[in-house]
Design a protein around this ligand. Sequence first.
Ligand SMILES: Nc1ncnc2c1ncn2[C@@H]1O[C@H](COP(=O)(O)OP(=O)(O)OP(=O)(O)O)[C@@H](O)[C@H]1O
Length: 241
Amino acid sequence: MAPRTAGHVAQASGVRRSFAGTVVLDGVDLTVERGQVIALLGASGSGKSTLLRILAGLDDEATGEFTTTSSQAVVFQEHRLLPWKRVADNVALGVRSPDAGERTARALAEVGLADRGRAWPAELSGGQSQRVAIARALIREPELLLLDEPFGALDALNRLKMQALFGRLQAAHGFAALLVTHDVEEAILLADRLLVLDGGRIAESIDVDLDRPRAVDSPGFGALRRRLLALLHVPAGPDEP
Ligand SMILES: Nc1ncnc2c1ncn2[C@@H]1O[C@H](COP(=O)(O)OP(=O)(O)OP(=O)(O)O)[C@@H](O)[C@H]1O
């Protein structure tokens, strides 16, 4: 692995990955700056999860150059909590410092679950479970969060709440994030930059210059949404002006 360049928390150059002779990633170049939120979009099967797994160090067979900060945490679509551990013990897993208890309480409070530390994962809703998964990532104070469709399994209302929570946490902590998402609005609400993966490469990179906090009716939002949908070959919908 090459040494990490100052200012970058992840960098990839010429990353390639095939499965059984089928090329999925065909020379991906990517940089995530410190504190930058990048949304990674692309059609189903375009290789988004594969790229995230490579950056997370979960794929030994990719080629090319890639380096990420060791201060990173991953959040998946499924919460992946250990069912035999209470919520607080899931959050504190692997944290050895003497103030682990305080840090756990703080992380749970930050995701709105201050009073659920003694609950079992099976007692939580899907949205609450995903909040715990985020607390488990936050407690490590990562420089980089890698998120693979983190809100994809939630209902629409919960997804909106989680997007708002993510925005607040990112503003407060300043972590960088690579967010894999199918949700065009989520991408524009949260990201500094949008990357579209197509044909095994980053086919498009768009900087989102809208002021924060953003809303779907912010000026410029609709135009960016239409541009992104066109890049993803998705019709903008009958309600579009
Ligand atoms: N472990 C694996 N073995 C074989 N093929 C795989 C494996 N992992 C991914 N693939 C293939 O690589 C391609 C990209 O998969 P990947 O999950 O990265 O896509 P994606 O863009 O995240 O898709 P989605 O949006 O549907 O989650 C797919 O064709 C998939 O079948």
